[in-house]
Design a protein around this ligand. Structure first.
Ligand SMILES: N[C@@H](CCC(=O)N[C@@H](CS)C(=O)NCC(=O)O)C(=O)O
Length: 209
């Protein structure tokens, strides 16, 4: 198995952390997104949506999308479980992770991609150019602040996002907070539950991946 990666990019980082939690080491191939390598014909054969991460399996087939990559890794390496073990746990963790993605990660991406100079005609991923929409960045900032407040209240009575156990939802939320820093958006210091959780997650070895 190989991972098409870009070290500084937040999306492949989520899969690297997931692999590190499973104590799996895989070959990584760097894709230079700023040079446009994701738009080359050879990369489009791996992933027509032109994004990393992409997993290439030993039979040559490929899987893109963070959640699909993590699902494959979880099914093939179930321990430690990061996506639940019972039907109820799996659904619960999927629900939380989808919200970390839609309410947090997407807002961080909207904010960054709709304001940064290097993304002027690349405000959305994919093969087609897309102009920046400043209002989306404004909305993203508001959504991120609501997201931080929401997480703080959730983490008041829960050790991790989904309760007693670390899960994929913690990875998504943690990387979202780091990604938001790219747009200089950080949680207020008064959010002490969020700070406690952030320190706890940051101390995990996998977060260096
Ligand atoms: N929905 C995709 C999002 C992945 C994504 O946005 N990756 C970024 C890097 S963080 C990318 O490949 N960007 C390519 C570009 O900007 O053209 C997933 O879940 O994998």
């Amino acid at each position: 198995m190989k991972l098409y990666d870009m070290t500084i990019a937040p999306s492949p980082r989520r899969v690297r952390i997931f692999l590190a939690e499973k104590k799996l080491e895989v070959e990584t191939i760097q894709v230079d997104l700023m040079a446009g390598e994701q738009h080359t014909d050879s990369f489009k054969k791996l992933n027509p949506w032109c994004t990393v991460p992409v997993l290439e399996l030993d039979d040559g087939s490929t899987i893109s999308e963070i959640s699909a990559c993590c699902r494959y890794i979880e099914e093939t390496h179930p321990e430690p479980a990061l996506m639940g073990t019972t039907a109820k746990e799996k659904a619960h963790i999927a629900m939380w992770d989808l919200h970390m993605e839609s309410d947090g990660y997407q807002a961080a991406a909207d904010t960054f991609r709709n304001t940064s100079k290097g993304f002027e005609n690349r405000a959305a991923t994919g093969p087609e150019p897309h102009a920046q929409i400043p209002e989306l960045a404004e909305r993203g900032k508001k959504q991120l602040n609501s997201f931080f407040n929401f997480l703080d209240s959730r983490l008041k009575d829960h050790e991790y996002i989904c309760g007693k156990h670390f899960s994929i939802a913690d990875i998504t939320a943690f990387v979202t907070i780091d990604f938001a820093k790219w747009s200089k958006i950080v949680p207020e210091t008064a959010l002490s539950n969020l700070k406690r959780w952030q320190d706890q997650i940051a101390a995990r070895e996998s977060m260096k991946a």
